[in-house]
Ligand binder design. Structure first.
Ligand code: ATP
Ligand code: MG
Length: 594
């Protein structure tokens, strides 16, 4: 395949687009790969589309290799299947809902579990029809709150989604492992560094789910890892709860005036001055901070929730959102406080939440506000916390003796140095981009949509499913972000828009003819070539464009052609080699074929 710069729709820009923050976004626009067409929507120009198609091809090859079969669904779908699974509401504002001319409800699909489930229900009736894995490469729609960073977070984006169908858990496990291995090969071939992190907290007892994260400071996800091999998305990290301790010798709790304690630090200082502990000084981690939020359930109802965390940690919004999903988290504002006069702002303690133990282990709940605490608030631990009166704190309030929460919630921020839950050492936090997600769904969708098949004994059994996604358009941006320099894009061979960029750096007829011949020879050998054959463009501009576009191998035919030499340059390393023009085609083919 030969592309000629003279006729190609390629308009490189010297200036960064104003709306772009990330290098990948700026360079993909400047190098003429994409153009913004809508908020969160991009037009793929010829070079960009070639990269996208190459990523798609790698994904398809690896899906086909594990026996998954490609199908293609509409993106515009009726509401009913999504209503049956509850997702019409649960998906929240990210779901693009619309009406047709008759007023019927439709959506632009953000993901397709329902449709695949219904397809298999329609086509399969026996265990003999399974196992089955199906996939599609398709445009997905999500009304993202902050479509940013170009292709990394679009409102319209390309995803490969696949779904596995099995009669039993062992089958699902096998399908999951096969997908996992296929994803490893996909990201290896894309040349994209990745970490496989667990995405479901063990404490929640969820089914297996892992994400393929590309470590990058530009990523929107936070993950943790330990030297001993533990790796998890921050939402999935579980806290090691301390062992319960006896409160037999614990002194009674005391309420004291604590004016001028606006910060945790000042509260700790006052605690050690007014009511020192016997064993050691009070620390920030001994204070119990109670945060109230409003949960908005998918059906529209709201519920206040109190969350108790050690005062040296904030509540991590992402962990909280994940823990209460599908409910959304809203702030507990002044109007809400006005409805709950028993809550003394700044001094909220378990007592004010109505959870002071009344004796005999019974708890009196007066406010009706659900109170969940960090796992570190283990039975027998003593706390400094609000006394539910203005200007007063309570010291030595013992969990289990003086109050009992409604349960635990693991949503405090995770820090560098926290212990890994599996004992594999201290955790280190880092940022990453979610490139893929594999998920053992189990029977949730099959149950909701009544997908059953006859098993070997002629008994109807509910099918168990997995769902697996790769962000195809996101991968293009992630590769661009990972592999650029100050001159422009630097593509790995596996997804480069073409194999070789031939630059004709001279007006002489011999130079032009040699460029044409080299390009033709390369194309004849099966390579894809971009030939910069623009007659009235200076060599300097051509070199700049070649650097910006980022094809891995750049060949220049210029002054030294008279000596029979062309220059072959490696875009990634900058290394240059002189090659005899007569050997150039052979040399380049060998280089590209590796
Ligand atoms: P995120 O947490 O980044 O919003 P997600 O967990 O909602 O992603 P999934 O539903 O797991 O995404 O979708 C599968 C894959 O699709 C993701 O791993 C990601 O690579 C890609 N993806 C998701 N949302 C977008 C988007 N808005 N733009 C581009 N790619 C996306
Ligand atoms: Mg995901």
């Amino acid at each position: 395949m030969l592309l000629r710069t003279s006729t190609l729709l390629l308009r490189t820009l010297r200036e960064d687009p104003a709306d772009a923050e990330l290098a990948s976004h700026k360079l993909l626009v400047r190098a003429g790969f994409i153009r913004r067409a809508a908020p969160g929507g991009f037009t793929w120009l010829p070079l960009g589309l070639r990269v996208l198609k190459k990523v798609e091809r790698i994904v398809r090859e690896e899906m086909d290799a594990i026996g998954a079969q490609e199908v293609h669904f509409p993106a515009l779908l009726p509401k009913e299947p999504y209503e049956a699974t509850g997702r019409w509401e649960e998906y929240g504002p990210n779901l693009l809902r619309l009406k047709d001319r008759r007023g019927a409800d439709f959506l632009l699909a953000p993901t397709h579990e329902e449709m695949f489930t219904l397809l298999v229900k329609d086509q399969c009736s026996s265990y003999k029809d399974l196992p089955l894995s199906l996939y599609q490469v398709q445009t997905k729609f999500r009304d993202e709150a902050r479509p940013r960073a170009g292709l990394l977070r679009g409102r319209e984006f390309v995803m490969k989604d696949s779904y596995s169908f099995d009669v039993d858990d062992a089958g699902l496990e096998k399908a999951y492992q096969r997908h996992r291995e296929a994803y490893v090969r996909i990201f290896d071939r894309l040349g994209l560094e990745y970490v496989i992190v667990s995405a479901v907290s063990g404490a929640m007892g969820g089914s297996a789910s892992e994400e393929f994260l590309h470590p990058s400071p530009q990523g929107e996800d936070t993950f943790v890892r330990s030297a001993g091999g533990y790796a998890a998305n921050v939402e999935a990290v579980t806290t090691v709860a301390p062992e319960p301790v006896s409160w037999d010798d614990a002194p009674a709790a005391v309420v004291l005036d604590t004016p001028d304690t606006p910060t945790i630090e000042s509260l700790v200082a006052v605690s050690n001055a007014l009511h020192p502990r016997d064993d050691r000084p009070w620390e920030a981690a001994d204070t119990l901070k109670n945060v109230i939020v409003l949960l908005r359930h998918p059906d529209g109802t709201a519920e206040p929730l109190a969350v108790g965390v050690p005062g040296d940690r904030e509540v991590d919004t992402k962990r909280l959102e994940a823990a209460v999903s599908p409910a959304a988290v809203e702030p507990f504002d002044e109007a809400q406080f006005a409805q709950h006069p028993e809550l003394v702002k700044g001094y909220i303690g378990p007592g004010g939440l109505g959870l002071r133990t009344t004796g005999e282990g019974e708890t009196a709940t007066t406010t009706g506000i659900r109170y969940l605490v960090d796992p570190r608030v283990a039975p027998g631990t003593a706390w400094v916390t609000g006394a539910d009166q203005p200007g007063k704190h309570v010291f030595g309030l013992v969990a289990g003796r003086d109050f009992t929460a409604d349960g635990t919630i693991d949503v405090a921020e995770v820090r560098d140095g926290d212990p890994a839950p599996d004992g594999s050492g201290p955790l280190e936090t880092a940022r990453g981009m979610e490139m893929g997600h594999i998920f053992q769904l189990g029977r949730k969708y099959a149950e909701a949509l009544d997908l059953k098949v006859l098993d070997e004994n002629g008994k109807l059994v509910t099918v168990t499913m997995g769902s697996y996604g790769v962000g195809v358009s996101r991968a293009v941006a992630a590769i661009a972000e990972a592999g650029h320099d100050e001159l422009g894009l630097v593509w790995p061979r596996s997804v480069a828009p073409v194999d070789v960029h031939v630059v004709v750096a001279g007006k002489d007829a011999e130079v032009v003819a040699a460029g044409e011949k080299l390009a033709a020879d390369l194309v004849a050998a099966g390579l894809d070539v971009l030939l910069d054959d623009r007659p009235r463009v200076s060599p300097g501009v051509k070199f700049k464009d070649a650097e910006l576009v980022g094809v891995p191998t750049i060949v220049t035919l210029g002054k030294r052609l008279s000596e029979g030499v062309v220059e072959v340059r490696d875009r990634a390393t900058g290394e240059r080699a002189d090659v005899a023009v007569d050997d150039a085609a052979q040399h380049l083919v060998a280089l590209v074929r590796g």
